[in-house]
Write a protein that binds this ligand. Structure first.
Ligand code: HEM
Length: 498
């Protein structure tokens, strides 16, 4: 009653005062009473999540993490309820099987704030809960078996042939090729075909398909959404403000995916691709078209941008490191008599090529961010530290791999470190997990290695590459909005003289 008799001015003052008192109380709790209060970190990050969010949205988070670990040590409190780890033991403790709650049984679950299911979109293998995940993983694993991959070889080779043809045409016209785009075209076409039964036509049209463009836009918007996911009211407000044009674009995206998948279903179950295993069980498990689409889409997102990023990264690192480039080119051109001999099996006999890829995965990990997990009830021991339940925990790959505690000369490109060179004997290889560990690690790891080896070997077999002036600092100027924001990697291509 007394409130009703207050003037609007008084009500506003009261509102502001309550907000200030609440905020001060919240900050004081986080700093002095919170179960994580003893963990080190910058004051602002320990007090509120905003300092973390600003870094996430501005694309500097993976790099800032290195500076934070250098200043505060291997465990840093990066938000009131979140810890970042730069201790190699954390990989298994966070991602591993039975990484243990109080009873030593519970695995950490993926943080719903980051792996937020989208309303109306069915869950997929990446954001499914534990039980559903195990089922999906079993069904999808079929498409990643060695036998399936052998059967997929002609399809993959066809797209690499087209890539080489397009690059040759560009070279003949004396133009520069943007390798960021060309690798994206190739890997999206390959995985599009393997997951949805048809390519995106990127190589054919020498252009990004709208489906692919949409994915890149969503990744950037995702940094804002996952920041606001910690404030449900603000997130609701943001989602209500999303322009209708954007919602329509999303609707079109879903319709395009469903249409593709229907064509794949009509082609029959017997096709050596990544979705075959799921299609075979669709009736038995009652899997809907929406669920099939969601899983097809996640295969494309997980399987193309990652591989293309690494290929662009290794190409840049070789272009800016002449000695490793000379060695890898000599290895590839010395190992074969003709291009036809470069296939799934023969590329495995190129150790220096593999070392170049590993070192690129270290310096430029496609998943550079920390993918957050939540500590189960009862808490857990992570890298020797007791961490209370409900804490968000993560390992940031870029920061881990540029940490001189684990890798000698971490900012320089040394493929030799992966070939037993004694100069790098003290490197801690356990720290290096670009595909993660445990039950939710990368299902496409073998496919990724095959694609990366084949594509790089074929490009370097065919062309001498030179970096264009405008791309010399390609890597150092990048930011990360979930994905690396890569920009053009322009190179000139001259046919190799053998
Ligand atoms: C260099 C290339 C690649 C890297 C660095 C990479 C890395 C990763 C990482 C770190 C995860 C764990 C994600 C998480 O914890 O949420 C993951 C999961 C996954 N990746 Fe990859 N990936 C690559 C290529 C591929 C390819 C070619 C495919 C094929 C489609 C693929 C399919 C998957 C799938 C299906 C999952 C989810 C597995 C599960 O939840 O059980 N990835 N990948």
């Amino acid at each position: 009653m007394a409130l009703l008799s207050l003037s609007p001015g008084h009500l506003l003052t009261l509102g502001v005062a309550s907000l200030i008192v609440y905020t001060l109380g919240y900050v004081a709790y986080n700093l002095f009473l919170h179960p994580l209060r003893r963990y080190p970190g910058p004051l602002l990050m320990r007090a509120t999540r905003w300092a973390y969010n600003v870094r996430l949205i501005s694309g500097t988070l993976p790099f800032d993490m290195l500076a934070l670990h250098q200043r505060y040590g291997p465990v840093v409190r990066v938000a009131p309820d979140e810890l970042a780890f730069a201790d190699p033991r954390a990989w298994r403790d966070i991602m591993g099987h039975r990484s243990g709650g109080g009873d030593g049984q519970d695995e950490m679950v993926k943080s719903g704030k980051f792996y937020r299911p989208v309303e109306g979109v069915p869950r997929d293998i990446v954001n499914a809960d534990r039980q559903e995940h195990a089922q999906l993983r079993r069904a999808l694993a079929h498409g990643f078996s060695e036998r399936s991959m052998r059967e997929q070889q002609p399809l993959i080779k066809g797209y690499i042939d087209l890539l080489i043809r397009r690059l040759r045409e560009i070279g003949e016209r004396g133009e520069l090729a943007d390798m960021t785009a060309w690798y994206n075209f190739t890997t999206f076409d390959v995985i599009g075909d393997l997951a949805f039964g048809e390519s995106f036509g990127c190589l054919q049209d020498s252009a990004y398909h709208p489906w692919v463009k949409n994915i890149f836009q969503l990744a950037r918007a995702g940094t804002v959404v996952s920041s606001l996911a910690h404030y449900p009211i603000l997130l609701k407000l943001l989602l209500a403000l999303v322009p209708t044009k954007f919602a329509e674009e999303q609707k079109k995206h879903t319709e395009r995916s469903a249409a593709k998948l229907k064509r794949r279903i009509n082609a029959g179950q017997e096709r050596a691709d990544l979705i075959e295993g799921l299609l075979k069980r669709a009736d038995e498990w009652g899997i809907t078209l929406g669920e099939l689409c969601a899983n097809g889409s996640i295969l494309i997102i997980g399987g193309s941008e990652t591989t293309a990023t690494l290929l662009a990264g290794v190409t840049y690192l070789l272009l800016t490191n002449p000695e490793p480039m000379r060695k890898v080119v000599a290895e590839i051109r010395g190992a074969f008599k003709s291009e036809d001999e470069i296939d799934f099996t023969s590329v495995n006999r190129l150790p220096y090529l593999l070392a170049c890829l590993e070192e690129a995965l270290r310096m430029y990990p496609p998943v550079s961010m920390g993918l957050p997990r939540v500590v189960p009830s009862g808490g857990a021991i992570i890298a020797g530290n007791y961490v209370p339940e409900n804490t968000i925990v993560a390992v940031y790959q870029w920061a881990m791999y540029h940490n001189s505690d684990h890798f000698k000369d971490p900012f320089a490109y040394h493929p030799e470190r992966w070939l037993g060179n004694p100069a790098f004997a003290d490197d801690n290889k356990e720290a290096f997990q670009p595909f993660h560990v445990g039950p939710r690690n990368c299902l496409g790891r073998n496919l990724a290695y095959i694609e990366m080896r084949l594509i790089l070997a074929r490009v370097l077999w065919n062309f001498d590459l030179r970096i264009a002036e405008d791309s010399v600092d390609w890597m150092s100027k990048q930011r990360v909005y979930n994905f690396w924001h890569k920009g053009e990697l322009n190179v000139s291509l001259t046919p190799a003289v053998r």
